[in-house]
Design a protein. Sequence first.
Lengths: 463, 174
Amino acid sequence: MSGDHLARTDATALFHELTRSNLPATRRWYLVVGLLALVVLWGLGCFVYMMKAGMGVTGLNRPVMWGVFIATFVFWIGLSHSGTLISAILRLTNATWRAPILRGAEAMTAFTLMVGGLFPLIHIGRNWRFYYMIPYPNSRELWPNLRSPLMWDAVAINTYLLGSLTFLYFGMIPDLAIARDHATGWRKRFYTVLALGFRGTHNEWRRYHVASTIFAILIIPVAVSVHSIVGWDFAMAKVPGWHSTIFAPYFVTGAIFSGIAGVVLVMAALRKAFRLEKTLTTVQFENLGKLLCMMSLLWGYFYFAEFLTVWYNRNPEEWEVFRSYGGHYLPLWLSMFVCNFAIPFPMLCMRRVRRSIPALCTASFLVVVGMYAERILIVVPSLARRNDPFIWNNYFPTWVELSILASAVAMFLLLYIVFAKLFPIVAVSDVQERLFQATDRAVGGTTVESLARPEAHGEGGRG
Amino acid sequence: MSDGVVVGLFESVEKAALGGDALRALPLPEERITSISSFPLPDGAVSRDTRPIRFPRVTLLGWFLGALAGLALALATYLLYPLITGGKTIISVPPTLIVTYEVAMLGALIGTVAAGFREMGLFRFRRKLVHDPRIQEGKILVCAAVAPGDQARRAIDALSAAGGIDVRFEEGEV
């Protein structure tokens, strides 16, 4: 075991170490926040310009009426799968290495959903009428059509967003109580209100664990359903390249794949920014690397299964879409294949790579790029090569769309940075619990970590 | 119920467990003894949770209420605003299942969090509840709800003898 084991740190020092992100803001922090806010404002300006001038300022035109806005929506929703889903699975499987990454991953889900959920609203045109999607009695005699997969999306994403925010908040309550007891001034009042009077009594902990477990059980099928429905947005349409039964599981796989890559990047950034080297060790990164490797393989399998049926069948409409991957869309297709499979899979098979944080971040960054290329490839070529060849057209986003895209990335980073400043970004009580259960034990010539855990939460103990 | 709480701070879980044993030996019933810590302790390590945990039933209730709401939304939509398409039914089953499922899951999530908050006894801002911020330094607080007077004195003696530091009687609730 390394000499800087956290168990040798006392509780107060541990708290200060894990909540370094909550220290008073520095000038550099304000500078970063200011820059990000400027990018967000620029994107907001572009959006207002698009509303005033109309959708003609985008590259969208017949037959490609869905472009980067929808691809970006799918991409962000995919990224959102990392956090809550991974956190829930790790909680349920009692993965001992999970504690340091739970909060960061859950926060990522909440913010990617918030940002991603904006894109359908940005895309719809006449955005000021977005409330037509809300079912309430009105004089227009209009009512949302629940047969439309887009309405399923609205229902599912709202469920997932509410669920993820609640999951994030619920999981944070013990840490808010810890922060309350350490804080002074306005922060004390802030944490006192948010901690809701949690004190850490034995009864509170027991019920907290049961509720967390139920939450984790409930949120997994919700997460799967959300990306399945995003897949069905496409699969329900009789558009070549979209109308496929494999789309729902394929989308869920891609979502988890990009999500894990996102978690790796966020964790590495948090580790570096807040000097969390003792908490976020190579163990967490290596395990995430293993998951990423498996998902790369699974994604490759799904892609091949989808390709094989179209290739064998040679249905002319579908085959034209696939042929375009080798023509106009070749750079995108190559980016997707190389970044999602050809490079990361062999890389991640090597333990040396998984244990090297820079190398793992490189692989994860490639996956994020590859998955974005994949989302564009799903949305655009199918429309660009739709049915009659005389209306075939290509699409390229304009500066307005690219600005809004950049603004979305800045908004995500801004939300995350502000969150990390206000709330404990590492689950302090989970880390403490794990340290309480762990001891170093000499086995022959080496020392290994030994874990003492009741068989089930809250059971066992002294008879 | 009792009129106050005897609290004792302990340096470690092991010492706190001795404090719990001393209170039980008085004898004080198990449901009157609890511990307060900054991380969860296994049941029985210091105190034992005797109250049954019932709120998973509320999760189930939330699921059913959500399912009903989702079903009502879908059916009301079809019936109040019928979308007449040649040769197709007004009520479409698969979309109804999807909407019902999503709203049902939302109901279950809301039910879990609402019942969880209630059973954990949160939101009691106006009540005087015992607490000691020193638990954040890794210490464990052992508490017992007692009647003032002889029972309180005996509980204080028991916790002090078990190694408790800053053992005291407080007006308030656990």
